[in-house]
Design a protein around this ligand. Structure first.
Ligand SMILES: *Cc1c(COP(=O)(O)O)cnc(C)c1O
Length: 396
């Protein structure tokens, strides 16, 4: 089928909830995607910060193929070697003690929200409030869209679950002002992704953790987007001096397979009693094979350091563009390969123009170009995008 036919068939049957690029992807090679008509695109979106190793890394293909020959799914009523290995590997790279596998970021966040509620309820039935940040993004289930501090995700969905309080991101005094002993958890992204790539000032995570400790609340980090080498460390919390009590993960951990997870500490390992939480597909054998191969390969490639290096190079290039087009680029920010370029006006048209020129980029929060390429992107490919942006900004 060609692009036109694929789009027509999709539009005839699929629920029209996505604003999609007008292309149909056929396959990928490295950080390049090819559409059904054979046109190539250098990819700066990576399936939304997911395909860290590109689209079919040989180590992942091998691990997945081998697992499919053995068993694809068992449920969690049984043990499997591959789940044991994936859990051990994930505990090691996160620096945490206990792992739970889910299927998506939203589900991972549901898990840590439930963990905080259970934790609070043990102390006091009224200890259920969870503080989250404005402009955050935590997922699309009822609980996680309520945790998400953006009104437009709440519209038309009332009554929403109770017990969430929103504060401006990056503002410790704002948390302190609403913090009390009825709070069971504070949930934030260490760097806000979907909300426009907002990096808090140094010391913010440390301050949030201290407030959590003072009020016996759990310090919860959503590292669904920032995790797995994206920001130039294995996890973004590693840029700080504190560790979360629990952390949600998804996107890149599955190496392209649907997988979410949360990790927590030994202290909290028994907050859930057997039966309090679960999943049929979570920790599925194939997802675990993909996860294990992904983490192992990223480790072998020292991808945390590589992402930091390439991210610095990319940001330098964008800052040079900002100097050249000061009226068009208002700010360049981010860490590692999670980078935002804030434009002086809405950026959707730039995304369309870049696509025509063979580059996949993304615009979030209306006017922030968000770059989250596969971590295997090369400096040469970054140069090509910078050159393209230079031309596009001239006419923007
Ligand atoms: C993408 C994302 C989610 C939701 O993940 P899904 O897998 O789409 O449910 C949650 N939190 C953050 C920070 C995200 O970027």
């Amino acid at each position: 089928m060609n692009t036109k036919e694929i789009i027509a068939m999709t539009e005839a049957h699929y629920l029209p909830v996505f604003g999609r690029f007008p292309i149909a992807i056929d396959h990928g090679e490295g950080a390049t995607l090819y559409d059904a008509d054979g046109k190539a695109y250098i990819d700066f979106l990576a399936g939304i910060a997911t395909n860290a190793l590109g689209y079919h890394h040989p180590a992942i293909v091998k691990a997945v193929c081998e697992q499919t020959q053995k068993v694809m799914h068992t449920s969690n009523l049984f043990y499997t070697e591959i789940q044991a290995k994936a859990a051990q590997q994930l505990a090691e790279v996160t620096g945490m003690d206990r792992v739970f596998f889910a299927n998506s970021g939203a589900e991972a966040n549901e898990g840590i929200i439930k963990l905080a509620r259970k934790y609070g309820s043990r102390k006091n039935p009224a200890k259920f409030r969870i503080i989250t940040a404005k402009d955050s993004f935590h997922g699309r289930t009822m609980e996680t869209l309520t945790a998400t501090g953006q009104d437009h995700y709440h519209e038309g969905l009332t009554p929403l679950p109770e017990g969430f309080t929103y504060v401006p991101f990056g503002d410790l005094a704002a948390i302190e002002a609403v913090m009390d002993d009825d709070v069971c958890g504070v949930l934030i992204e260490p760097i806000q992704g979907e909300g426009g790539v907002h990096v808090p000032a140094p010391g913010y995570l440390e301050g949030v953790k201290a407030l959590c400790e003072k009020h016996d609340a759990l310090f919860l980090l959503d590292e669904v987007q920032t995790g797995v080498c994206r920001t130039g460390k294995w996890f973004a919390y590693m840029h700080s001096t504190v560790k979360p009590d629990a952390m949600s993960l998804a996107k890149a951990i599955g190496g392209g397979f649907p997988m979410g997870a949360f990790v927590t500490t030994e202290r909290l390992a028994h907050v859930f009693k057997p039966g309090d939480h679960g999943s049929t597909f979570g920790g599925n054998a194939i997802s675990c094979a993909s996860c294990y191969a992904t983490l192992k390969t990223l480790k072998e490639l020292h991808m945390d350091e590589a992402a930091a290096r390439k991210g610095d190079y990319f940001q330098k290039g964008l800052k040079a563009l900002q100097k050249k087009h000061p009226d068009k680029i208002a700010d360049v920010r981010g860490k590692g390969l999670l980078i935002g370029a804030e434009l002086s006006k809405a950026g959707a048209c730039l995304v369309g123009r870049a696509l025509e020129k063979g580059f996949i980029i993304n615009c979030t929060a209306g006017n922030v170009l968000r770059f989250v390429p596969p971590l295997i992107i090369t400096e040469g490919e970054i140069d090509q995008l910078l050159q393209c942006l230079d031309e596009l900004l001239a006419e923007f």
